[in-house]
Design a protein around this ligand. Structure first.
Ligand SMILES: [Zn+2]
Length: 262
């Protein structure tokens, strides 16, 4: 499932392959995929003739700016979305090939004047397209948050610490896997009440956010965490051999160590 690391891989692909290309045609075959009042006719009119000039990201949200007074194209990857440029996906091409392809999964696309294409391929159809999104409905990108922010955020919430970290309006980019890895590394039980963490624990969480993003980014994605091997029923902690707990926390399937996450 795409989290901020997968969105960053897609952003790098867009930056490398799509910038400077003129949009000749817009494919919007699925009106449901367009959000916040956007229509197929509206998105065609707004983007046709524009050039993509920059590729940005905030949390999991991909943003492509167009030239002059053109709109910003926002792409949400949802649970299964990927960006294809000229038929190639970012990341592992073998994984992509093994997934197969299906024209109906191409929920939105651009044809450039040079004949190439950019598609959002999304089998589960939980992604979305919008123009000129309100970027501030998202919190700061997780790669930028520091201890004072984490301390203030967790300090005022009675929700489980995992639920607060996954709230995109507070910190943008941490999904289920990254959050479980952060708390595994920090040694914190995901179900702990956020404002009951002491200062040493807040420091551990803040530090683990940074190291998790950097380390898993280097390894190649949110599925490369240290705890991944133990995300299975009956698994044991790779750090200390204690049984892993499987629970729903914040509405999401959560794996944590019964011993070192307290
Ligand atoms: Zn453990």
């Amino acid at each position: 499932m795409p989290e901020m690391l997968e969105a960053e891989t897609a952003r790098v692909l867009i930056a490398a392959r799509a910038l400077g290309r003129v949009i000749a045609r817009v494919h919007a075959p699925d009106a449901w995929f367009l959000k916040r009042g956007l229509t197929p006719a509206g998105v065609r009119t707004a983007l046709k003739g524009q050039t993509l000039v920059s590729a940005r990201r905030r949390g999991k949200l991909l943003l492509a700016d167009t030239d002059e007074d053109g709109p910003t194209l926002a792409m949400h990857l949802g649970m299964s979305g990927r960006i294809l440029i000229d038929g190639e996906a970012a990341g592992d091409p073998l994984l992509y090939a093994a997934n197969g392809d299906n024209p109906t999964w191409r929920r939105f696309g651009l044809t450039f004047a040079d004949g190439g294409t950019l598609y959002v391929r999304d089998p589960r159809r939980l992604g979305a397209i919008e123009l000129d999104p309100d970027e501030d409905r998202l919190g700061p990108d997780a790669s930028t948050v520091k201890l004072p922010y984490v301390r203030a955020l967790l300090g005022r919430s009675r929700a489980p610490v995992k639920a607060v970290l996954m709230d995109q309006s507070r910190i943008a980019g941490l999904g289920n896997l990254l959050t479980d890895e952060v708390l595994f590394r920090a040694g914190i039980d995901p179900a702990r009440v956020a404002n009951e963490l002491d200062d040493a624990e807040l420091r551990s969480v803040s530090r683990a956010i940074g190291t998790t993003i950097r380390t898993l980014g280097r390894r190649g994605g949110s599925h490369t965490g240290d705890h991944m091997i133990a995300r299975a029923p009956g698994a044991y902690c790779p750090r200390d051999g204690a049984p892993m707990l499987r629970r729903a926390v914040g509405g999401r399937t959560t794996y944590s160590c019964a011993l070192h996450q307290r």
